[in-house]
Design a protein around this ligand. Sequence first.
Ligand code: PLP
Length: 386
Amino acid sequence: MTATPISSKLPRVGTTIFTVMSRLANECGAINLSQGFPDFDPPARLVDLVAMHMRSGHNQYAPMAGWPALCEAIAGKVRDLHGRAVSATEEVTVTSGGTEALFCAIQAVVRPGDEVILLEPAYDSYEPAVELAGGFAVRVPLQSPSFSVDWDRVAAAITSRTRLLIVNSPHNPSGAVWSRDDIDALERILARTGAFVLSDEVYEHMVFDGRAHASVLGRDSLAARSFVVSSFGKTYHATGWKVGYCVAPAALSAEFRKVHQFVQFAVATPIQAGIADYLVECPAHHLELPAFYQDKRDHFCRLLAQTPLRFEPSAGTYFQLADFSAVSDLSDVDFAQWLTRQVGVAAIPVSVFSTHASTARVVRFCFAKNESTLEAAGRRLRRLGR
Ligand SMILES: Cc1ncc(COP(=O)(O)O)c(C=O)c1O
């Protein structure tokens, strides 16, 4: 007897747009500004430290919750940045990238029938994880064109079944960055609920023009109900290493770890050990990241200004949105394909982050690239004006 044909648990999920666009970019020889990854290396000292740990025998399983020195260094960073004392042993868990942390947090708290509020456009990994847990995503659109949160709409979406709110600042894909007012509003609307928060802060060190990253870790009542996720892949230009972490109160971390230990168990030992050393040796790296990426944003925006694409400089992340309505009537999905094939620059259509129908003609570019790559993309994009 053959196995029963599989009935998909995620029937609406296909290959992610990031894989699709990167593949198309490779096929067409296009400059790939679609998927979010740097085309430059991690700091040389960090690579040396990881290699040193490999050579000195740190090659077996790390402790399930994380390499102790790394958990200590993360707790130190949380204290320095947000003034919050967290327990390195009970409240910090090192994960296989931000993605695994998001998945484990969702599986830890969402039960069949629970509602989970997402603000859309939303990063694509949230909803499938909610569905696998048996929950339902309730999508609240961000306001156009600023991508700010309409807190009245969020408040109206909360019901007795709301189990979790997933928030993301700095925001992928828009680059919008929350202010303290947003944190106030989140605190206010959750005050009379038992809902948890999953705060995706993987771009925490990419905020521009003097803005400060407003973390839920800066507020007692929010920190007490939150899983806060970050990514060393973003911070250290090493997305392929897939190392991130989750900070949550001890009771939440205990449930989180019950999932983590059977999804991943433990994260690559020499990489954790190398990052631990580097965090202590070179804290300037993450402190200097806003200026580093602001320079890249400014450079890319100067190039975009020479094209018919319209844009507001991004407030955070390493993404820049551009409105192409002066150039084409195509949908954003078709335009992104056309741009890749005909102009030789790959971008991500923004509508794929939403389920609500949108006619906005906006694509997302990643500017985490060397100057020469941005220049080459700029030269090609100037052809749009001809
Ligand atoms: C908003 C957001 N969250 C999470 C992730 C995943 O991070 P990681 O690569 O560390 O798994 C990404 C990566 O692109 C992201 O953009």
